[in-house]
Design a binder for this molecule. Structure first.
Ligand code: LCS
Length: 404
């Protein structure tokens, strides 16, 4: 079905579909590594690109292609590239766009390993990096060097929920021919469309909102223009970070309910955020939908909804936060996010433990920060769970910290 002029929800269900010879309503899983050629000439023509078709599943596969075409349609890009994980998407983007002697600028508060792999592996290959607070556009301007080739933005950032102005940051980068990559994992295309705002590439950990059911790991890159798409795709094929057909089937299944899940989760997140903001044991909270959120206006400008990720600090600091996490019963104490289950975790000791204490501090990832991913359970139960866990924090613990 051609969904080019159709609405977002129609694209979620039908974009990328092909007509199955048996009329299957759901994309079949082509669980095959290789595809036979009709004859030697056919094989040669496929390799030479003279004919379209499938050769080998690291290069492309019908099930994976449905997902890639669907994601490209949802993000308004020329083409999608599905990968085995979000980190495979990150490292493929770095490898495709940067070579020895190049420099990249990135949001300081990115997902820990997106920064860790740059600083522990790519820097050793002679690629320079500057991690700055990209929420202040002046920091981007100041960090640009003659050899800067990539601006890598994560917005909202994991786990600080800090935003970067995609449109204006892209304008600055493009004045210097710098390619802009936006990690859109926290919003998904339902809430934020980076390519329409000026970015060149969108990155996803599909593990999160897009698949939404905490049952696979996957990643994707969606590229706006054909020439850059071909370059990145070639890198994926050579590096071998491809997705598997069964994994693609699971994501195609999960993404169909993206808007329903996000509508429900973000409505609950607003209520959870209001509850936490008014709770006497909460020291601070960051949620883009709260009027108290420093970048509320930017959130309204570049996002069509505020999402379901919240970060907060408990009075009494790290120890009080640990007491709370040890006492939730409904929320799972687990990393990852964006699934139907509510999750809680502690970035400084978990997702961002690989960063140095200085890098965490500079990025605003304090030891007391607790990250909360609101699921689609009944919001009254989510709030009651938080309330009960906060009850377990004894007031003298809070006072003790205040005295120190
Ligand atoms: N980008 C963002 C914003 C992420 O949150 C993650 C994973 C990745 C990329 C990497 O994707 P993966 O390879 O895991 O599919 N974030 C995680 C987190 O916050 N907890 O566990 C994983």
């Amino acid at each position: 079905m051609n969904t080019k002029d159709k609405g977002f929800n129609t694209k979620l269900i039908h974009a990328g579909d092909f007509e199955d010879e048996f009329g299957a309503a759901v994309t079949p899983i082509y669980q095959t590594s290789t595809f036979s050629f009709k004859n030697a000439q056919h094989g040669a023509d496929l390799f030479a690109g003279k004919e379209k078709g499938y050769i080998y599943s690291r290069i492309s596969n019908p099930t994976i292609q449905v997902l890639e075409d669907k994601l490209a349609s949802l993000e308004n890009g020329f083409g999608g590239i599905a990968l085995s994980s979000g980190m495979a998407a990150v490292t493929t983007a770095y490898t495709a766009l940067l070579k020895q002697g190049d420099h990249m600028i990135s949001t300081g508060a990115v997902y820990g390993p997106s920064r860790g792999v740059m600083e522990s592996i790519f820097n050793d290959f002679g690629i320079e990096s500057s991690y700055v607070d990209t929420s202040n556009l002046d920091n981007i301007r100041k960090a640009i060097k003659p050899n800067t080739k990539m601006l890598y933005i994560e917005t909202p950032a994991n786990p600080t929920i800090q935003l970067t102005d995609i449109k204006r940051a892209s304008e600055i980068a493009h004045e210097h021919n710098i390619i802009v990559v936006v990690d859109n994992t926290f919003s998904s295309p339902y809430l934020q469309m980076p390519l329409d705002l000026g970015a060149d590439i969108v990155l996803h950990s599909l593990t999160k909102f897009i698949n939404g059911h905490a049952d696979i790991v996957g990643g994707a890159l969606i590229v706006k223009e054909e020439a850059l798409y071909k370059k990145v795709r070639k890198t994926m094929v050579m590096m071998g970070g491809n997705m598997d057909p069964h994994q693609a089937y699971m994501v195609i299944r999960g993404v169909k309910t993206l808007s329903l899940r996000i509508d429900k989760a973000q409505a609950s997140a607003m209520k959870v955020a209001e509850f936490l903001e008014n709770h006497p044991k909460i020291a601070w909270i960051k949620y883009p939908g709260l009027k108290s959120f420093a970048q509320y206006d930017l959130a309204k400008e570049q996002m069509s909804g505020f999402g379901s990720m919240i970060s907060f600090g408990v009075k009494g600091g790290h120890d009080a936060g640990v007491t709370m996490m040890n006492n939730v019963k409904l929320a799972l104490l687990a990393v990852s996010l964006g699934g139907v289950e509510t999750l809680i975790q502690h970035p400084a000791s978990m997702t961002h433990a690989g960063l140095s204490a200085e890098a965490r501090e500079a990025a605003g990832i304090s030891d007391e920060l607790v990250r909360f991913s609101v699921g689609i359970e009944d919001v009254e139960d989510i709030i009651a769970d938080l309330n009960d866990a906060l009850e377990e924090i004894k007031v003298d613990l809070i006072e003790e910290v205040a005295l120190n």
